[in-house]
Design a binder for this molecule. Sequence first.
Ligand SMILES: Cc1cc2nc3c(=O)[nH]c(=O)nc-3n(C[C@H](O)[C@H](O)[C@H](O)COP(=O)(O)OP(=O)(O)OC[C@H]3O[C@@H](n4cnc5c(N)ncnc54)[C@H](O)[C@@H]3O)c2cc1C
Length: 582
Amino acid sequence: MDDPVPIMLIATTDATSRRILGDELRRRYGADYEVVVCDGHAHGRAVLEGLRRWNRQVALILGCYGPADRGGLDFLRRAYGFHPAAKRGVVVTWGDFASAPTVFRAVAQGYAELVIIRPERLRDEEFHGAITDALDDWHLAQGVGFEAVRLIGEVGDERTHTLRDSLSRNHIPAVFHPVGSETAERTLEGLDLRDPVLPVMVLEFTAPPIVLENPTDLEIAEAMGVTRPPPADKIFDVVVVGAGPSGLATAVYASSEGLSTMVVEGEAVGGQAGTSSLIRNYPGFSRGVSGAHLAYRSFHQAWTLGTDFLFLRKVEGLRVDGALYAVSISDGSKVHCRTVVVATGVDYRRLGIPQLEDLVGRGVFYGATVSEAPSMAGKHVCVVGGGNSAGQAVLHLARYAKKVTLLVRGPTLAASMSEYLISQLEATRNVAIRFGTAIVGARDQDGFLAAVKVAASGAGDAVPGEEIEAGGLFVLIGSMPRTSWLPETVERDPAGFLRTGGRDVSFGGSAGADRIPLALETSMPGIFAIGDVRAGSIKRVATAVGDGATVVSMLHAYLAEHPLPAASAAPGGAAAREELPR
Ligand SMILES: Cc1cc2nc3c(=O)[nH]c(=O)nc-3n(C[C@H](O)[C@H](O)[C@H](O)COP(=O)(O)OP(=O)(O)OC[C@H]3O[C@@H](n4cnc5c(N)ncnc54)[C@H](O)[C@@H]3O)c2cc1C
């Protein structure tokens, strides 16, 4: 029998809103969701409680706020406890501007995730856009739906975890089946795999399905077949290293302005932003946008504009090759280009505690991996760090975990975290903050993290030998720029970020010494740095995108000043100038 459909629940004391919302949702979504309408908050809570007991999935909970319903925000806050993974929206009526400040404050404190204006006419597509975006985010977080890739592995195994994360961040519809589950056993038996090397990946969308045992990134990229290395004789105007927000923005603008563009991405589209569950401060997205969606749409935009992509392959080196640059790729190939844009962002700093490093993927995670959050349901989770990333991770995890404790070495968050995040943390009832507390070790049970050992740092109150129960530990303690593959001659600041621009760098003795570097150009002519990897950059999605757009005008300037000599061709190929699609 098919699984029961997910629920959309509306609970309000406002009879008009109840009728309008019930009718609208049933008409548009009735085939795929069960729409439940409750005539008050107590009724709504009782139904949510029942749905939890029956293990029914609740995708969306709507409450109202306005003159006819002053209890809707409180209802939504309490609804979280019953179904933490459900999206919660507060519906307001157009023109009720007096209610707006209360509603916005409640949303900032996490009572609801989205504000929706009640539809007053049929076919209100703005209203439905908000609903479908919320449902789309819910589906992405659940990892349910069309199964293009079946992944079978051990729960908690590091490689399996990395693959799940990478598939979800690359927007590849994949379903994970733990070894021992009925589907996993049936699949392995059907494939005649008696003693497979786990994890096993089955590409269901190929005919016949391709089966990979413990595949490398390269094997996966090749099996997927979506991005193949370019012909050896192709010369790109620009190679962009990294498909985070900055690299994707460069790809969109460069391709749309006629530059032949190749993006090389080692892990997943979206970079750090792709791991963020809700970006609330990106202009134009008043309801916020999940990093995965923003990244996927930018990728799609660049792709349709003509950008070539190489996924799951890293850039490992760069050297001058005549009038060109040769970029070495981890699959052993080389890509030739006239300019390079370094958009490689940063890597998370490690804790460097061997006990914890041994548990990575089995309870310990670096970064706020969105895909892991649902598996923290009912657990006590710790987050280490004092920056915005740590704050956002805590709020996201608090939707699923029983309790989240933020461990902060220093005495305050004021200098390192945005004010709005601090107040959201303080307002979230299952979040605790321990200041002056450092992690010093871990205790495991059956190879999985069970508790973290903490000690007082400064005026902290940790007692000697104190342990905090932890079903998960998320480490967000700062970052290191990813530049190890670049020649040492490319100037960095003391923390390793790439310096750019005439005031900060000079070309020294290299070619091009007769001009000053362009604003986003490094100390190597024709090599540009953008986004988080650039010294002095503001570490935000919008500024990374701004860098990505800005650098394209400099690419044009550089390319115009450095035309290809008529006989230029990438070594090993016959291509010459006319091959360039300019
Ligand atoms: C959890 C989280 C939440 C955040 N929330 C917000 C928010 O709400 N608002 C906001 O404005 N900012 C937010 N940020 C910050 C924002 O995501 C970053 O500032 C932004 O992603 C930087 O973009 P980037 O393109 O410079 O680098 P990145 O996003 O780091 O992307 C770099 C990419 O380069 C790839 N790469 C690295 N080295 C190589 C190589 N050698 N070869 C090939 N590829 C390589 C990486 O795999 C990565 O995909 C958040 C960050 C995190 C971690």
